[in-house]
Design a protein around this ligand. Structure first.
Ligand code: ASP
Length: 407
């Protein structure tokens, strides 16, 4: 995409996001009528994910040249994910302890518990098991990215040992990757319509702005605490971008189309094709784009981790339960794991939060209190999730050895 088109599109997207909020606020349920336009855009993005991710990870790993290099780059990447996620959780915990959003809040009994409890992964073993699928086709059909990425990593590592024989296979995936990126480039032009309709639709479902304000009611402080936390963490990531990746702020402008799409779709996975396209345009090393972004979209969720820790603490405060320092440490660890286990789809974090709640013996029904406003908070945390991945790609890009050839 040319710079001129990218700039025009960015302004259109910004207008679409603001327009979606304003129209959704005032027209409420009437916005549901155009919801299908948003779903159409979302489906179009999802349509590209499986071929794009498989081809990108395989060619990305192959272009690292050597399996041992994959180990080192993988190590840096995981170190980045873990450090930033831990920072996010610490920010969330610190803020809830300072602001105490749950103090004096009246506990509302939700009806949601059983629904969500059924969907929740039972624990950490389930998160580890989700890395491997017995059926690749079924995983692709259900858009489970993690096992597909693990398979692609293994496949690419094996391919790199086959020498000449494997070259045509690699050539095929390189062609597939390029073609998919072109498709994504075209789809980007639809983003303003899609984002406008998606945001408008969600406000419509909530019943418009007045209804939303009412739902915010008792949980307004909780909402504000998470928002402040997300803002602080966003800024921390900007500092990492400057100091570690040595990138200027125009990187943020380059990524803004992906960030606005994340806000519109509330899905890191659906945003992944656009994040990859924006990162390539912003001159991030393609090897980092292909490796760090797909993996990040599924396991690196700073915003979700921060939100899970804050929400669990809020629920404890609302129930009048004082969590000791040790229990808060348990929240710290399990919120990190629950964020890793959350899929990059709308409100996945709400489901994996059950792991954190049960780890510190809090009532799962507590989720009922924060449910009504979760769709909106989801949009903010997804934006931070995607920003964390984009900064990660820039960081890892800096530490990659010089490219043998541009892949
Ligand atoms: N919607 C988030 C994402 O896709 C996950 C979550 O926190 O619910 O990144």
């Amino acid at each position: 995409m040319t710079h001129r088109h990218a700039t025009i599109l960015l302004w259109l997207l910004l207008a679409a996001a603001i327009g979606g909020v304003v129209c959704g606020w005032f027209f409420g349920a009437r916005m549901l009528a155009i919801g299908w336009l948003g779903d159409l855009f979302l489906d179009a993005l999802k349509m590209t994910i499986i071929p794009l991710v498989v081809a990108a990870v395989i060619t990305g790993v192959a272009s690292l040249g050597d399996v041992r290099r994959l180990g080192r780059v993988g190590g840096y990447t995981v170190l980045y994910y873990v450090t930033t996620t831990a920072l996010a959780v610490a920010t969330g915990l610190a803020l809830v302890n300072i602001i105490q959003p749950g103090a004096g809040v009246e506990v509302l009994q939700g009806t949601v518990a059983s629904d969500y409890a059924q969907k929740a992964p039972a624990g950490i073993a389930d998160i580890v098991r989700s890395l491997i699928t017995p059926n690749l086709v079924a995983a692709a059909a259900e858009q489970q990215l993690l096992p597909l990425i693990v398979f692609s990593l293994l496949f690419a590592a094996a391919l790199s040992t086959t020498g000449e024989t494997g070259r045509p296979v690699l050539g095929f995936f390189e062609g597939l990757n390029q073609a998919m990126m072109t498709v994504v480039n075209w789809l980007m032009y639809l983003a303003p319509i899609g984002v406008f309709a998606l945001i408008g639709k969600e406000f419509g479902k909530a019943g418009g702005g007045a209804a939303l304000l009412e739902q915010l009611g008792a949980v307004a402080w909780y909402f504000a605490t998470v928002l402040i936390g997300l803002t602080v963490h966003f800024a921390v990531l900007v500092v990492i971008l400057r100091l570690v990746a040595r990138r200027r702020l125009d990187y943020l402008v380059g990524m803004a189309r992906a960030l606005l799409t994340a806000f519109g779709t509330a899905s890191s996975s659906a945003t992944l094709p656009l994040s990859m396209e924006c990162a390539v345009e912003s001159q991030v090393d393609r090897r980092a784009v292909k490796f760090v972004l797909p993996l990040g979209a599924t396991i690196n969720m700073d915003g979700t981790a921060l939100y899970e820790a804050a929400a669990v603490m809020f629920i404890a405060q609302a129930y009048g339960i004082d969590l000791s320092a040790t229990q808060q440490l348990v929240v710290f660890v399990t919120a990190t794991l629950a964020a890793i286990g959350a899929a990059g789809v709308p409100q996945a974090g709400l489901v994996t939060m059950i792991i954190v709640l049960t780890a510190v013996d809090l009532p799962v029904e507590g989720i009922g209190m924060i449910l009504a406003v979760d769709w909106l908070l989801d949009r903010f945390r997804t934006t931070v999730n995607v920003w964390g991945d984009c900064v990660g790609a820039a960081v890892i890009s800096r530490f990659l050895p010089a490219a043998d050839e541009s892949a």
